[in-house]
Design a protein around this ligand. Sequence first.
Ligand code: NI
Length: 282
Amino acid sequence: MIRRPYLKREGKAGRPARPALFRSWRLLFTPQLVVSLVAALTALYGLWPRPVTEAPARIPVIADVTRSRLPLVVHPLPTRDGPDCALVACLALSFDDGPDAAVTPRLLDILDKYHAQATFFVLGNRVVRYPAIIQRMYREGFEIGNHSWDHADLTKLTAPQIAEEVSRTQDAVLAAGAPEPVAFRPPYGALNTTVRQSVPLALTLWNIDPKDWDAKTSQQIIDRVLANARPGRVVDFHDTHALTAEALDKLIPQLQQQGYQLVTVSQMFGLDPGDRGEFYGR
Ligand code: NI
């Protein structure tokens, strides 16, 4: 028997013909018509009034983008311009491990309020999550330093792995819209010969460690900094702790009252792109 698929649609011989109504339905629902009906219904659905849902109280990243459109305090650019730290009492505030969606914008507000400079040693894997915060740092004249891609102990890595940790973060900062960092802070301050040879940036460490990650109160952080503050020193904070922001709001005016100019590490050490070396303080 020869199959004749083109005959499939025909009613079998002897069957009564379909009622006229069903034939007309089939005519009515041509594919083109179904498509245009769906399109029309979709358009109508768009016009349908819907209840207005309230925005959640806090969406960090979107909030940052909104903030970035507001007029902001702008520090002088580029970061290389600063007071002469050979002549005036400078103190470099630095913040590691961010950006953090909540703490970093709050810290930027506080630094803006007191017209204080600072350096943020950022992790590449967080830069790609919060590019708006990086843009704000750059626009307001803060220094962005490199703190590796994912906070690896670089002394446990090979030279190519170390180079990758550095260059991925350089690229992320650049892609976020800020210039490539000049300063690098090794995670845990861990250095060896391979790290020294493989990082093509200035190795910037610190000589005041307030251990803010371990503090129980903001006053502890304040006391630890005030007890150790001397002209030319570098303080190592972390912009991942709410207590740190709370402490800085009280600490900055006290330091300024003592006559300190708060600067970036590049200003403190007079760093230029391409500079190498190891820096702890002046
Ligand atoms: Ni760190």
